[in-house]
Design a protein around this ligand. Structure first.
Ligand SMILES: [Zn+2]
Length: 178
């Protein structure tokens, strides 16, 4: 799948389209992985670029869990696509995140947390946190490689950087923690 998340989102024009596109959690996971790791998986703990996908057996078949383990011998951190990202805090299904992102990108003037809560069927505090986290995610993507240009997205000021957050693939490449 070589489509960027932006391309996928831009092809969704109606709510039923959206429901169809995001019904499958593992598909949502792949989309999000493409967004978070545009240049390949990066360990969020040490920045190492090699990791293995941890598998489970499901109906006799090996299936991905979305959980990865860093291959850096001194790290071995286990992570998913949302670990140490703004999306981690609420532990919502990925389809809810992607639907929220789509709704945000649909409206030129941003979307209120009240609207977001109604549309996604989540509580308003949850919607508020989601909006904040999504703006951070989008802002981060912009900061990384300018892939996303969305006007009017930053309602209520610029996204804040999280204190302990360092973008994947920046600065620590090739310097495994020792
Ligand atoms: Zn690591």
């Amino acid at each position: 799948m070589d489509l960027s998340v932006r391309e996928v989102l831009s092809r969704i024009t109606t709510i039923p389209d959206m429901v169809r596109a995001f019904q499958n959690e593992s598909h949502c996971r792949r989309l999000l992985e493409a967004m978070v790791w545009p240049n390949g998986r990066v360990c969020p703990a040490c920045g190492y670029r090699h990791s293995i996908a941890l598998m489970v057996r499901e109906n006799g078949k090996r299936a991905r869990t979305g959980l990865y383990q860093c291959s850096n011998g001194t790290c071995r951190f286990q992570f998913t696509v949302t670990t140490r990202t703004p999306l981690h805090a609420t532990k919502l299904p990925l389809r809810v995140w992607l639907s929220g992102l789509w709704l945000m990108l649909q409206s030129d003037k941003g979307i209120s947390s009240i609207r977001l809560a109604e549309a996604l069927g989540v509580s308003q505090p949850t919607a508020w946190r989601m909006g904040h986290a999504l703006r951070l995610m989008v802002g981060r993507e912009q900061a990384l490689d300018g892939v996303v240009e969305i006007d009017g997205l930053y309602i209520g000021g610029k996204p804040r950087r999280e204190k302990n957050y360092s973008p994947p693939g920046r600065g620590r490449k090739g310097q495994p923690k020792s």
